[in-house]
Every structure is written in C-alpha cells, then in structure tokens.
Design a protein around this ligand. Structure first.
Ligand code: SAH
Ligand code: SF4
Length: 347
C-alpha cells in the first residue's frame, strides 16, 4: 500500500486533479507542517478525507505504548503492514524534543552489545515508514515542537542509504527542520559516510566508535573487519573536509573492555586530530551480552581523563532504561526469532 508521505507535491497534485488547486496546498501543509494524517486535516472536506484514508491507509499501527521518566520518555512499538515490528522513542528535554527513529526492522550488523544486533535483520524500512515515525512523535509532542530527529533506533541507517537520505531531505525541505538538528548515527560504513558528505545536507553525524584499536573493535563490531579504523578515519576526514562540520564519536563504556586507561589514550589519539566530540554512554544492559557497563565513578574518571588530554566530551544521560527504550535496547523484531519486547514499567 502506498503512503501519502511517499509522494511529491506534483504527484499529490495529479492525484487530486479533480479537486480545486488549493486542496493540494491544504493537504501538503497538513501532512508536512502539521504532521497530520490526511483524515485529520480538517481544512479538507470530510468526503475527501475519507477517500484519502481508504486509498492511503496508515502505515504504522501501535502495538505497544509505554512511558517512563515521569512521562518525559515514551516508546512505541509499531506493527507495519507486513507484520514486522519496529520501535520509536520520544524524549522531552528542557531545551529540545527529540525523536529516535528506526531505519530498519532489525539490523544485520551484529554488534555484540546491542539488542537489535542480537535479534538479527528483518528488512529495510521505506521512506514513509521512517517519516511516519517522526510525524507520530511530532503529534504526540504537541504543543511542544519536535526539534530533533536522531537515527539511533533499530537498524543501520547507512545500510538503508537511499531511504535515509530521502527522509533527511524531506524532513529538511518539506517539514522545514533544521538539517543540523537531524543526526545520523552510523556504525562506520566508510564508503557511505564519504557519499553522505557529498549530499549537500549539513547534518550532524555520529559515528559509533566504541574502540580505537582494531582488535577490540573487531570483537564488538563485526563490520570493523570490513572497514577497519584506518578506513573509518579516512572517511571521517572526508566528512569534515567536505561538510565543514564537526562529528562526534559514540562510546558505550563497557567494564574492563573499553574503559581502561589504555582505551582512553587510544580514543584521545583517534579523536584529537579529527577535532571530534566524544559522547560517552554508560552501556545499557541487553539480554545477549553479559558484560557490565562501567561504574558511574569510572565513567566520570574516563571523562576527566579525556578532558585532561584536551578532548571535547559529554556523558549522555540515559533515558528509558526501565522500559528497554535506551540506546541499544530496541529489539521488537518479528522475524520468527524473537517477538515483541517485554514491557516493564517502574512503579
Ligand atoms: N546502527 C547505528 C544506529 C543505531 S544504534 C549505530 O550503530 O550507530 C544507536 C546507538 O546505540 C549507537 O551509538 C550504538 O553503538 C549504541 N548502542 C548499541 N547498543 C548499546 C548498548 N547496549 N548500550 C549503549 N549504547 C548502545
Ligand atoms: Fe546495528 Fe547499530 Fe545495533 Fe550495531 S549498534 S547492531 S549497527 S543497530
């Protein structure tokens, strides 16, 4: 089934060719600026709304809806038309409202510490399946304005390259979101980073580094065997040279694995020449990886150690752990191996 979010303005125009021209503007405005599904765009006559709803049924069906952090974090499990399930997380902060979207149902990259990687790959998402996650979150966030979109949900966005770039363009050009408030997080698909640099979109790029020596990185991230650190560094250089934008490295701190003093020095050596920002994330627990996250004390020491070497660093606040909504915990894959998530809400 098609979705209205797959269509260009011209295509919508030809679809509504029997209607007055201003209807196309009303529909476009409702869909993109107001994030509404066609049947809720009240400037359109009821008969047209019903016709559009039949022709373009909604792509996402809510399978689960949970909240935590006193309502500031909300996670949805959406069932898609073929029965696959994906997860989307809305996070309300004082200064911004962010939605974390999935780009694939599952992920083929198999990172050992990540629940999505542990569950395996189901399929790529379409443009509308990603856009509708954003629109759904934007409607829920109202009256606050959804300001940021991060591709940090399920899947590797650069493995679904064309869809990711098309979604970014549409959110920027059609929905009017600032490109720098759109963040792509990648495990490090080096050729795709280089290509993304040439798209003319001043996005924010986050690279999931997690280790700055090939031996450890190979163990955590199987893709490192294909694109080792040397190639990743070269791709990062191209990103910085071409876009003029700084990038950030994600580093989930794992006890005894990548939180040692040696790991800190390796990270500083990798990040400093690139003038990259480092985002430390305390590792979130997942069922298939039994190594612990670093203690809070070690996280702070690691941060101070990096700062002492001149690295620009922040510690990311963990949102949604109690409902398995934090980074790396999304695993609602219905591909036969694992069904839906366990919803555990703290009392
Ligand atoms: N595939 C992309 C984006 C989705 S993962 C990527 O890997 O970058 C989003 C972020 O969550 C990445 O930085 C990833 O490394 C991190 N992550 C995965 N598992 C995690 C875990 N158990 N704890 C903390 N962060 C995790
Ligand atoms: Fe995929 Fe990212 Fe998880 Fe790795 S960390 S398995 S790339 S979603």
């Amino acid at each position: 089934m098609p979705s209205l979010y797959e269509l260009s303005r011209e295509e919508l125009g030809s679809h509504l060719s029997g209607e007055p021209k201003y209807r196309v503007d009303q529909l476009w405005q409702g869909l993109w600026s107001e994030s509404l599904p066609a049947n809720e765009i009240t400037t359109l006559p009821k008969s047209l709304r019903e016709k559009l709803l039949t022709e373009f049924p909604p792509t996402l069906e809510i399978a689960n809806d949970v909240e935590t952090d006193r309502g500031a974090t909300r996670k949805w499990v959406f069932r898609l038309s073929d029965g696959s399930t994906i997860e989307t997380v809305l996070m309300n902060y004082d200064d911004r409202v962010t939605v974390c979207v999935s780009s694939q149902a599952g992920c083929a990259m198999g990172c050992t510490f990540c629940a999505t990687g542990q569950a395996g790959f189901n399929r790529h998402l379409t443009v509308s399946e990603v856009v509708e996650q954003v629109m759904f979150a934007a409607r829920t966030a109202a009256p606050r304005r959804l300001s940021n979109v991060v591709f940090m949900g399920m899947g590797e966005p650069l493995a679904n390259y064309n869809v990711t770039v098309e979604v970014l363009r549409r959110l920027h050009e059609f929905k009017g979101m600032s490109a720098r408030h759109l963040t792509v997080s990648t495990v490090g698909v080096a050729p795709a980073i280089k290509r993304l640099a040439t798209e003319g979109l001043p996005l924010t790029l986050a690279v999931s580094l997690h280790a700055a020596n090939n031996k450890t990185r190979d163990e955590l991230i199987p893709l490192n065997k294909r694109y080792p650190l040397e190639r990743l560094r070269e791709a990062c250089e191209k990103w910085i040279d071409t876009t003029g934008r700084r990038l950030s490295f994600e580093w989930a701190l794992i006890d005894g694995v990548n939180d040692t003093d040696q790991a800190m020095d390796e990270l500083a050596d990798f990040a400093l020449p690139l003038n990259a920002h480092v985002n430390l994330i305390p590792l979130n627990p997942t069922p298939g990886y039994l190594v612990m996250g670093s203690t809070l004390q070690r996280v702070m020491e690691f941060r101070e150690g990096l700062e002492g070497q001149g690295v620009n660093v922040t510690v990311r606040s963990t949102r949604g752990r109690s409902i398995d909504a934090a980074c790396g915990q999304l695993a609602a894959v219905t591909n036969g191996k694992r069904r839906a998530v366990t919803i555990r809400e703290k009392a």
